[in-house]
Design a protein around this ligand. Structure first.
Ligand code: SAM
Length: 252
């Protein structure tokens, strides 16, 4: 997967050289290209923002700079991937569509993502209007809070998507067992997990996990996932597929 990120702080993405993402890059599974937005400014101060029309506090990022940057990055990507290639443009904003595991899975199927993390009060809205006509363009929020800039949001999204790419995780089954994974775990949080020793500071590992009985263990894990979801995220339980619930699920 090719990932382009245009930002005024490309150095913010150093963590993508670490751990799983770093290995995915080394192995060519994730091909990440970082771009400095200011490279597309034409004034001595490398200005990327201006005062908002209509007044009010803060500054807004200028459409001309973003337009030139996005066009150039698309051009560069096409030179490498072919004239027909087009990225999916992802614009982080607190007012966007919520980023969920489902969206991460959708993005993991894309060959090319282009992220445009903003600063200040965000990017002039005409940029999304313009690219929305030419590319699949999503405004996406990573949660109901406001960050100082979109870089942290992009790190979150690239890591969530990157770990879903084939070959990135040592054991592909971990994805299927994760919270929110489609199938048995759809809309469920993962339950508690344990490792050795069997007793630590008087806390015992649940006996069923030591039993070696795969059927009972699977049942216990599902019960714990249901209980935890009911307790912590009851709104997710309301979204469970009722027809997919068995008699035992209903007792939990
Ligand atoms: N005034 C904007 C609002 O209230 O929607 C917030 C601007 S925020 C200070 C600057 C930038 O950080 C945003 O344009 C976006 O790129 C990023 N950002 C902040 N919170 C975010 C979130 N929850 N999800 C995704 N991006 C976010």
């Amino acid at each position: 997967m090719r990932v382009d990120i245009i930002s005024i702080f490309p150095e913010y993405f150093a963590p993508l050289d670490v751990s799983l993402m770093g290995k995915a890059r080394e192995r060519g599974i994730l091909d990440i290209h970082l771009h400095q937005l200011r490279d597309w400014t034409h004034d001595v101060h490398n200005t990327v923002d201006d005062t908002p029309y209509g007044g009010g506090p803060g500054m807004v990022m200028k459409p001309e700079v973003w337009g030139e940057a996005v066009d150039a990055v698309i051009e560069d990507g096409r030179a490498a991937r072919g004239e027909d290639a087009l990225p999916r443009l992802i614009v982080p904003t607190p007012s966007g569509r919520p980023f969920t595991q489902e969206v991460a899975l959708e993005y993991a199927d894309e060959p090319w993502l282009l992220f445009s993390p903003a600063r200040y009060e965000g990017i002039d809205s005409r940029v999304v209007a313009e690219y929305g006509e030419r590319l699949r363009t999503d405004e996406v929020s990573i949660g109901d809070y406001v960050l100082a800039g979109g870089e942290a949001a992009v790190l979150v999204m690239v890591e969530a998507v990157g770990r879903l790419l084939p070959g990135v995780l040592g054991n592909a089954r971990s994805v299927a067992d994760d919270s929110f994974a489609p199938g048995a775990m759809a809309n469920l949080l993962e339950g508690p997990v344990y490792t050795k020793p069997p007793v630590w500071r008087g806390h015992e590992v649940p006996e069923v996990l030591l039993s070696g009985h795969h059927g009972r263990i699977a049942r216990w894990r599902r019960d714990e996932a249901l209980r935890r979801t009911l307790d912590r995220r009851p709104e997710l339980v309301a979204r469970l597929d009722r027809d997919g619930l068995d008699k035992h699920d209903r007792r939990v």
